[in-house]
Design a binder for this molecule. Structure first.
Ligand code: 5AD
Length: 345
């Protein structure tokens, strides 16, 4: 479906809930048409909360001094992979802060073990690492990489995501290089960042298309106590950081990139529990990423507050039933993006 910049702006800016409902219906139909009723489940393992970056919005930034840091062992991560396999999810997502204490060979070895034992599809989300590492990890069995660009407004990005001392952050370049290596690539943005405009969001959506993303993660910005952005006086709140606004962006992402895998994100569930999760799935999303990080670590991976609102342990066993209660079904197999399947054909 063709959609213009102006139309996107109008959908985003409309305050009429009937408009939102219509947008969600359109996106839901396109979702059904292009990726069907299957909801692919990815088991998320947050294996290290060490981070060398100082992102202004993030609760586990290096600058957050009060955080108790942890790094899981290979054996602990492997146990999570077995759990994911048992739950019949097709994918493990390995996520961490940008932790340079996690070295290239350690990750490669871990990937070989997971792949060898479980055959799961593997998604990495480890931040802005080096091209050589991406190659080595791909060779060791990684299939996909997630790296949100957070906002396409470069001025705002620079304010909320400071560069490392001798390295400029260019996430678009990294995403392109990942694609070249052969990864399925995922990116995304936060909605309602202070200083973000509606035009910025439209540019974000057009960037999703330009990058030809396989995966698109969109969630509301949630102020994390103690972070610089949560107490900032300089940037004005223009776009509201709500479930309904984030869902509009999800819906437009589905329209712009009909074949992408789009999760109903944790941030949606954090604000409104199971209802937030359901709203995401009803306006274009076709993926869920249940958290399987062991409890004692999960509570320390506090990128924003109340991230553990859903009792996922209980829920992991009934997700299939929950999905069926509103006419969807648990995805079978790896749940690769239709995009990449066609690209390889
Ligand atoms: N609110 C919402 N999302 C956040 N993220 C990080 N901090 C926050 C926050 N305070 C998101 C970023 C990051 C992803 C892992 O989590 O988009 O890429």
């Amino acid at each position: 479906m063709k959609i213009t910049r102006k139309e996107m702006l109008e959908w985003l800016q409309s305050e009429n809930p009937l408009d939102a409902d219509e947008l969600f219906r359109i996106a839901d139909r396109i979702r059904y048409e292009f990726v069907g009723d299957e909801v692919h489940l990815r088991g998320l393992v947050e294996f290290s909360n060490y981070c060398s970056r100082s992102c202004r919005y993030c609760g586990i930034a290096a600058t957050s001094r009060d955080v108790q840091r942890y790094r899981m062992s290979q054996a602990e991560i492997l146990a999570c992979a077995r759990e994911i396999k048992k739950l019949n999810y097709g994918t493990i997502v390995l996520q961490s802060g940008e932790d340079w204490g996690v070295d290239t060979a350690w990750v490669a070895e871990l990937l070989r073990m997971i792949k060898g034992e479980t055959g799961l599809a593997i998604t990495l989300s480890l931040g802005e690492r080096e091209p050589k590492e991406f190659e080595e990890w791909f060779a060791a069995g990684a299939d996909r990489y997630l790296l949100r660009f957070e906002t396409s407004n470069q001025e705002l990005y620079a304010k909320i995501h400071p560069n490392l001392e001798n390295k400029v952050s260019d996430r678009f370049a990294i995403l392109r290089s990942l694609r070249k290596i052969g990864y399925e690539i995922g990116s995304g943005v936060m909605v309602g960042i202070p200083g973000q405009s509606y035009e910025d969001l439209v540019n974000d959506l057009l960037m999703f298309k330009k990058l030809d993303l396989d995966m698109i993660g969109i969630g509301p910005y949630i102020a994390a106590p103690g972070t610089p952005l949560s107490s900032n006086q300089e940037l004005r709140q223009i776009v509201s950081a709500t479930v309904s606004m984030a869902c509009k962006v999800v819906a437009l992402a589905r329209i712009v990139c009909p074949k992408s895998n789009i999760p109903s994100t944790t941030a949606l569930a954090t604000l409104e529990g199971a209802s937030g999760r359901l709203q995401g799935l009803s306006c274009g999303a076709n993926v869920l990423m249940p958290n399987v990080t062991p409890e004692q670590y999960r509570r320390l991976y506090a990128i924003y507050p109340d991230k553990t609102a859903l009792n996922e342990e209980e829920e992991n066993f009934s997700l299939a039933e929950w999905l069926e209660s509103f006419g969807r079904k648990q995805g079978q197999g790896r749940g690769d993006s239709v995009n990449i399947l066609e690209r390889m054909a």
